[in-house]
Design a protein around this ligand. Structure first.
Ligand code: ADP
Ligand code: MG
Length: 446
């Protein structure tokens, strides 16, 4: 392994962090850090006090890990942030308060979420083409906004960040803001509390591209929706490019006002579906190349055939196999891959018990598991009870009678009726269908 100087490595890491972050943010939190010690795999970094060290860890830890791994080419390197205890009492919080607001304004990009690292296939072709087109030249397409939607772990964040990387590559000519909708909402709430909207406005000020991830989180945030609607129009009218991602198509963002939804539909709406076998295989090939892992074709074929719904799971399996082979020095062969997949699937099987399914459903409908088993026939309890029954039927091998007795001795025809009822309701109510899918995903994801 290549020799490296840890102190120099940290300095280069700071340079890269400076590129990625807002100037005030960088100066407030990172600038005065120093390399202190290393034991080969761990770099100890000192900050002015423990408060700063803790904040850096929670806010920038992932980004710094990412940078260090990239610069060193060693994914086993870990960072430890230390600092002496901060001064207690009001003076320290007063001193820190002026820098706090700027910490909302970070641009956090994963270094490998680029177009080069994105495998294109029939499942994501349109979304990819749209993303590439808008990142080439502003105003050259009428894909405005570009609205990308699809299920969990299918590459939405990857694509929207790829646009940001593309814009960054070409210097500072085109400015952009990449922001998660959660952070946008958070910023808006802070502004409301302080009755000062400067920060919120700053998010949209002077940018050519607005890249907003996970727009579905605007659900229920009526005031943020309103404020965002105005900013959206302003940017749009000035010919600025807007890119949005969501876990569902615009017309299913039910809680959002109609005028916002029709704005979202006015450009290019592109979906991402779960990848086909060939795409899954190509993604696996890219992943093993990145990890410099030697894996035979039939092992890749086995993994691509076993995991179908979610790209994040594919990369999870490769990362774990890679870590295992590094730790134990053994080759990644069929039996190791089988063991890994089996243990992933085994985790799922253990999760799929009637009790577990019922409590997951209960949680997601905001009722208690005992209410599900109880006698109340209020709709707010009846529906989750029926959903539980139908999921237990679908995901376990329990018989109708067994399911009935799990629900305090109901008989098998009640269970059967419930399952039919949910099937009908799902057809009529896409929101319910989505909710059930989400619960299922939670239960079966590796
Ligand atoms: P989403 O935002 O849709 O939930 P992400 O963009 O976070 O999903 O993707 C999950 C993981 O899968 C990421 O590590 C991403 O790099 C990877 N990924 C998804 N689609 C592709 C693809 N087509 N090619 C390469 N990697 C992909
Ligand atoms: Mg995402």
């Amino acid at each position: 392994m290549e020799h490296f100087d840890p102190s120099d490595l940290w300095n280069r890491c700071l340079q890269e962090a400076e590129n990625r972050l807002d100037k005030t943010e960088f100066e407030a939190w990172l600038k005065n850090s120093t390399y202190e010690d290393s034991n080969g795999t761990r770099l100890v970094i000192r900050f002015s006090n423990s408060f700063v060290a803790g904040h850096v860890k929670s806010r920038f830890g992932n980004m710094l890990d990412d940078i260090i791994h990239n610069l060193s080419g060693r994914s086993e390197l870990a960072l430890q942030f230390i600092g002496d205890p901060a001064e207690p009492g009001p003076s320290s919080s007063e001193r820190l308060s002026p820098v706090a607001p700027s910490s909302q304004d970070s641009t956090f990009l994963r270094s490998n979420y680029t177009f080069e690292h994105f495998v294109v296939g029939p499942s994501n072709q349109l979304a990819h083409a749209g993303a590439l087109a808008v990142s080439r030249e502003i105003g050259s397409t009428n894909y405005n906004p570009l609205f990308i939607y699809g299920g969990v772990g299918l590459g939405k964040t990857h694509l929207i960040q790829a646009i940001a990387h593309q814009l960054r590559q070409e210097g500072s000519k085109r400015t952009f803001r990449y922001i998660s909708t959660e952070l946008l909402v958070e910023t808006f709430i802070k502004c409301v509390l302080q009755n000062d909207y400067t920060l919120f406005r700053k998010l949209f000020h002077g940018i050519d591209y607005l890249l907003m991830d996970d727009i579905q989180f605007l659900k229920g945030k009526v005031e943020t929706q309103e404020a965002f609607f105005h900013r959206f129009n302003e940017l749009h009218q000035h010919g600025k490019q807007i890119v949005l991602t969501s876990d569902r198509p615009p017309h299913e963002l039910q809680d959002l006002p109609e005028r916002l939804i029709s704005r979202f539909q006015s450009g290019l709406v592109a979906d991402i579906k779960p990848p086909e076998y060939e795409t899954r295989l190509a993604i696996l090939q890219l992943l093993v190349k990145d990890e410099e892992l030697v894996v035979s074709e039939d092992v890749l074929d086995f993994i691509a055939s076993s995991i179908r719904k979610n790209v994040r799971q594919l990369s999870g399996v490769i990362h774990r196999l890679s870590a295992m082979s590094r730790l134990t020095g053994c080759r990644v062969d069929m039996s190791l891959a089988q063991k890994e997949i089996r243990s992933s699937l085994g985790t799922i099987t253990r999760r799929l018990t009637a009790g577990n399914i019922a409590s997951t459903v209960a949680e997601s409908f905001d009722v208690s598991p005992s209410q599900l088993k109880g006698k109340q026939r209020k709709r707010s309890i009846l529906i989750p009870r029926q959903v539980s029954m139908s999921l237990i039927r679908e995901l376990t091998s329990m018989s109708l009678t067994e399911i009935g007795s799990f629900f305090s001795g109901r008989d098998h025809s009640t269970v059967l009726n419930s399952i039919d009822r949910i099937r009908e309701l799902k057809d009529k109510d896409p929101e319910l269908e989505r909710k059930i899918e989400e619960i299922k995903r939670k239960l079966v994801s590796i």
